[in-house]
Design a protein around this ligand. Structure first.
Ligand code: AMP
Ligand code: MG
Length: 355
């Protein structure tokens, strides 16, 4: 994988070509760590999506995240760490026993746990809640950056609030250019969808947000069946996971869902949208039946039905690409809610909501 800074601030110097990549990566991380320690924001790659980091111990630094993203103040942030010892800086009291089990199995990785927070975590991160979300990302650049900065990083996804999450450095650039001093380019995000958020404070753990780690894998380790928090409406004042009430992940083009499981549906779509420019985002299996559609329909394959992980990795990039075409509608095929398919459908349902 190639690593290079998008915004180049490094001095010119002669380096052997085979050393260039490593040197640039080290320099980029050092530069980013310096900026973070000065209270600035840095966008960095993680295995889920790109994150927009700030020093989690400083309110003024964290407040910049909300400004840069246009994120509502009542939507709390996830604190990112690189080593388990850093948990002491964040949580109050001992870890719940279930948390230990999950950490041992799934960290570093796409799992965020909700635990009680201690005094060091400023209220701006948690939107005033007494709990805090924590994750240890697996991406080597994210971990090197947190280690080099020597501080936990508060980081939401590095996009403008409401838009599809960034899975490439160019997505971050499109949304946040001119608002942040540095983006570290680590290539495409491997998972392509945000972390799974699980609340471990109550007797029975609750999945607050489906994500890159499937419910099935969590259940296998915990040996219990897990509930997933119900969809939250904007009217609710104190939702369990405040972020779930906002319009999210949405392309500017209106998005509709369809299961493409009957021949008549296709006939209906081609009739109803005869005079419109439409994208059909479908599995490879469905695409085979769409060869004879008129050319106002653009067919985009999001992956194979047999690999929801492949679909998750492609989804946000496809939505962003299609937005550039200024079509009348994007119609996306629904996939089964098993494995990571649950997170994919969660994002698609949210993206299809008009508010
Ligand atoms: P994002 O930064 O876009 O990945 O969103 C973070 C998600 O974690 C949002 O859905 C938040 O509502 C959720 N979250 C963060 N902190 C907490 C917390 N203390 N309690 C419940 N949910 C949280
Ligand atoms: Mg986000």
């Amino acid at each position: 994988m190639k690593y290079h800074t998008v915004i180049e601030k490094l001095p010119q110097e002669l380096v052997r070509e085979d050393q260039l990549e490593l040197l640039l990566r080290e320099r980029a991380i050092r530069l980013a760590a310096d900026l973070l320690r000065q209270g600035e924001l840095v966008a960095f790659p993680t295995e889920t999506v790109y994150g927009l980091g700030a020093d989690a111990t400083r309110s003024e630094a964290v407040a910049q995240i909300f400004l840069a993203k246009g994120r509502p103040q009542d939507n709390p942030l996830i604190v990112h760490i690189a080593r388990e010892e850093q948990l002491k800086q964040i949580i109050a009291g001992p870890l719940p026993p279930l948390a230990e089990e999950l950490i041992k199995t799934f960290w570093p990785g796409p799992l965020t746990i909700i635990v009680n927070k201690n005094e060091a975590i400023p209220p701006v991160i948690t939107a005033g809640l007494d709990s805090v979300a924590v994750r240890m990302p697996a991406h080597p650049v994210a971990r090197a950056l947190i280690t080099a900065a020597g501080i936990p990083l508060a980081a939401p996804s590095a996009n403008l609030s409401g838009t599809p999450s960034p899975t490439l450095a160019t997505h971050v650039w499109t949304d946040l250019q001119g608002r942040i001093p540095l983006i570290i380019d680590g290539g495409p995000a491997r998972i392509g969808i945000e972390s799974t958020v699980i609340d471990l404070r109550a007797q029975t753990p609750l999945i607050l947000r489906p994500g890159g780690l499937s419910r099935e894998r969590l259940e296998a380790v915990l040996g219990i069946e897990l509930e997933v928090a119900a969809e939250i409406t904007a009217e609710e004042e104190k939702p369990l996971s405040p972020g779930m009430k906002y319009r999210h992940y949405s392309p500017a083009t209106p998005l509709l869902l369809n299961n493409f499981d009957r021949a008549e549906q296709l006939a209906e779509i081609s009739e109803q949208y005869r005079d419109k420019r439409i994208a059909l985002v479908v599995t490879a299996e469905t695409a085979r039946g769409l060869e004879h559609l008129a050319n106002n329909f653009k067919v985009v394959v999001m992956g194979s039905r047999s690999s929801p992980a492949g679909i998750a990795a492609n989804l946000f990039a496809i939505l962003r690409e299609l937005d550039h075409l200024k079509l009348d509608k994007i119609i996306v095929e629904m996939i089964p809610e098993t494995g990571i398919g649950m997170a994919v459908m969660n994002r698609l349902h949210r993206a299809s909501k008009v508010e």
